[in-house]
Design a protein around this ligand. Structure first.
Ligand code: SF4
Length: 199
């Protein structure tokens, strides 16, 4: 698990400390790790979303996930893209055309139950990523040369299916102050609605 804590967050708390997390009133938000400044992108860089993170101040605890690193793809790595297969959308390396759908699916099956224990109140994803993008990610044909459709990144798709009520946005849309304000409102409402429930 990759988690960063704000001053307000219980750095020593793990995902199994369910009552402890509730009692301390910590709001936990999942986030694509590269947005938090972790150098996990395919080129070894990050996409630190400073202004966005500043908007939340120290009032939340970030739970960082990089699906591609946690699925074992390594850093740096060959970039991947979504590719339309015969039966489903696949995750394929751009140049060598290796199909990495199976390890990503295995990671998703392992990680989503862990994220349920994290009691997240929202999730901020990296836009346009074939793993993290929650909308309008390019889907290419089997050769990778032509865009034939758009969809969700594989991790984002599984996350949204698993937690259909969870407020989820991408950092691109949250650059709009109106959408950011609405997202923050939804996060706090979700937190209030769920903090006394057994999920
Ligand atoms: S977009 Fe997602 S998979 Fe890509 S580097 Fe960021 S966290 Fe990792």
């Amino acid at each position: 698990m990759t988690a960063e804590s704000s001053d307000a967050g219980p750095a020593e708390a793990g995902p199994h400390d369910r009552e402890t997390i509730r009692d301390r009133g910590t709001i936990r938000i999942g986030i694509s790790a590269c947005l938090l400044g972790q150098e996990v992108r395919y080129d070894g860089g990050h996409k630190h979303a400073g202004l966005l993170l500043d908007a939340f101040g120290t009032s939340v605890e970030w739970v960082a996930v990089c699906p591609e690193v946690e699925a074992g793809f390594g850093t740096p790595r060959e970039p991947v893209q979504l590719s339309r297969g015969d039966d489903a959308i696949r995750l394929v390396t751009v140049t060598t055309r290796r199909d990495l759908t199976a390890p990503m699916d295995e990671f998703v099956r392992r990680r989503l139950p862990e994220l349920r224990l994290e009691e997240l109140s929202g999730y901020i994803l990296k836009a346009n990523s074939p793993s993290c993008g929650p909308r309008e990610v390019k889907v290419f044909d089997g050769h990778g040369g032509t865009v034939v459709d758009s969809g969700r990144g594989l991790f984002a798709d599984a996350l949204i299916r698993e937690f259909p009520q969870l407020p989820v946005e991408d950092e691109g849309r949250l650059a709009d102050p109106r959408l950011l304000e609405e997202f923050v409102r939804r996060v706090f409402a979700y937190y209030r609605a769920t903090k006394n429930k057994k999920l």
